[in-house]
Design a protein around this ligand. Sequence first.
Ligand code: BDP
Length: 720
Amino acid sequence: MKKTFVFLGLFLSLMSLGVRASADDGYRLWMKYDLISNPQKVKEYRESIKAWMVEGSSPTIEAAKHELRIALDGLLGSNIPEVSSVKEDGELIAGTYTSSSPFAAAGLKNMVIKVGQEGFVILREKVSGQNAIVITANTEIGVLYGVFHFLRLLQTEQDISSLRIISFPRIKLRMLDHWDNLNGTVERGYAGFSIWNWHTLPTFIKRRYIDYARANASIGINGAVLNNVNADPRIMTRHYLKKVAALADVFRPYGIKVYLCANFDAPIILGKMKTANPTDPRVQEWWKDKAKEIYSFIPDFGGFLVKANSEGQPGPSDYGLTQADGANLLANAVKPYGGIVMWRAFVYTYNAKDRAKQAYEIFKPLDGKFADNVLLQIKNGPLDFQPREPFTPLFGAMPKTNLMMEFQITMEYLGQGTSTVYLAPLFKETLESDTYAKGKGSTVAKVIDGSLDAHTLTGIAGVSNIGADRNWTGNEFGQSSWYAFGRLAWNPNLSSEEIADEWIRMTFSNDKDVVSSIEDMMMQSREAVVNYMDPLGLNMIFGYDNHYGPGPWIDYSPHPDWNSTYYHRADSLGIGFDRTKSGSDAVSQYHPPLSGEFASLTECPPKFLLWFHHVRWDYRMKSGKTLWDEICYHYYAGVDSVREMQKVWNSLKGKIDNEEWNDERMFLEIQEKEAVWWRNACVLYFQTFSKMPIPAGLEKPDKTLEYYESLKFPNAPGTW
Ligand code: BDP
């Protein structure tokens, strides 16, 4: 611990020297701390914060001090002194709450009681007879979170004349899942290569690791799974554990625990055993010994994430056992140390009549069979991170199991690293979906925050979009989805607009027009992608393997459910996957009235129409248009939105940093081309079935279907 403290201190002081590029390269994320541009605000804030102090001196407290030091000096444009006690009106004091705190007061105590182990209180109070701003919490990490929250108020130029904030996270485990491989590549790596340098660890601590921890703490993320779910078991060897421990040391002051993906066959691969059968006592012993070894390196190791019997990964089914048998094996091993297991529900075989039904069929019968330190990690939709899916019906179907959400922040199926897609609306759409498990109002958010079925071990994970790119995410707008994920993990009730507003103000500008223009762009960005890729419930029609660009014609995979044709089912009569009783009956996995609504051609929300129904090309939609025309209009509307986004962005030239502006201009240029490509390729392909004309007035595709089918992408990322 002491050693960490020393090198952390060293880096923090280096950072406070402040190496800044004149043109913004996006490295500083939403923690830019440049001088607030409104002089009136600066004046007002300086009067409220003439000096500051944070009580104590642990690594977490030092992190809070560091943040206040660089942020206040930067935002307010002059040195705001650090003091050791409150002596005059207008000072800021932060620290954990105890009865001997200088700000101890009965009212405050009652507030602090409510915020638990990670929450905080910010308010104005008399301290030593002076008017002060107090940031306090039950724990040091709560204080750090409170400091970040307070700084956000300044960064977004909020009124701080009267403060009374009580904030605490609704979800216990707020995780980033890194799909990083030991060779430095990243599965689906849209922001380049891995940020972990396994060669130079454990001795060389990149500044990026500390800034990573700062960024995550600023939005309340408290866990990081360091390696790919398609796990290389060597991560659990001594050689790597030393390196993992070094990262854990860096993250600890920021409240972030490390977790590892475990390979179920590790006893065979590492332990040279003949089997990984969970019922074999020697296998059980092997896992217990392994857990002991891991905890000897990382005393607060969080636990394991496991992908088993999925896409070639080993698992308990190899021994005729259930997924619960597998999960409980690992859960028992980490239990003595307070560790947990996140067991993924992304399990399917390749020949199912309907892949979307499989996870439910496999896992629902196991409700109540998982150990209490297991969470079942479920992707938001029943298939695989599509631009739009209905929620996975397992949410609301396993009341006796700890269920956690898995979102994908990296945009495997949404235009990848170059596209501008703000994902909060996608996250919110799932979180706000009503499962009806216990009647109206049983939202997915209530399932995962534990309130619906009284669970205390709760979690939410986002597959990270972070890589080695200077600005972390490739396209800077990728940062907005990372930011939104953290904010929603803390409080799923925040709106997409509120979060966008915060992020824009901290990232680009507080100028009213700039904020509203960029917000407008962000808020339409997800629907734009849905429209030009997968309108009306279409899905999984991507380029083969690389998932780049359109590939509705893909029908040559040896795995039937890796073919686009398996999903869209276009024929001379119509298009869409019949999941009603006459088809796969996936609708029956939902509770009524949802099951009935989805099953009815007329009541099914248009956005899910082709997910649940095979619909005739000439079917009259509520809009009065035929299905074919409706599909066409959606594809064209998607392209129009991207052009609109370009227009908005072009209008911002000179109003934000030029380098950031120019980068996004180029990314939008790529996106516009890709949107047209998607639209033309899909419309031309589906037209071979509908045999209907593209509605009059819409621009005609300038290339043939054969041309689109012939395209190759040797440089598409993520196909290592
Ligand atoms: C799919 C990705 C694949 C991942 C898999 C998973 O194509 O690379 O390994 O998800 O979640 O979307 O395990």
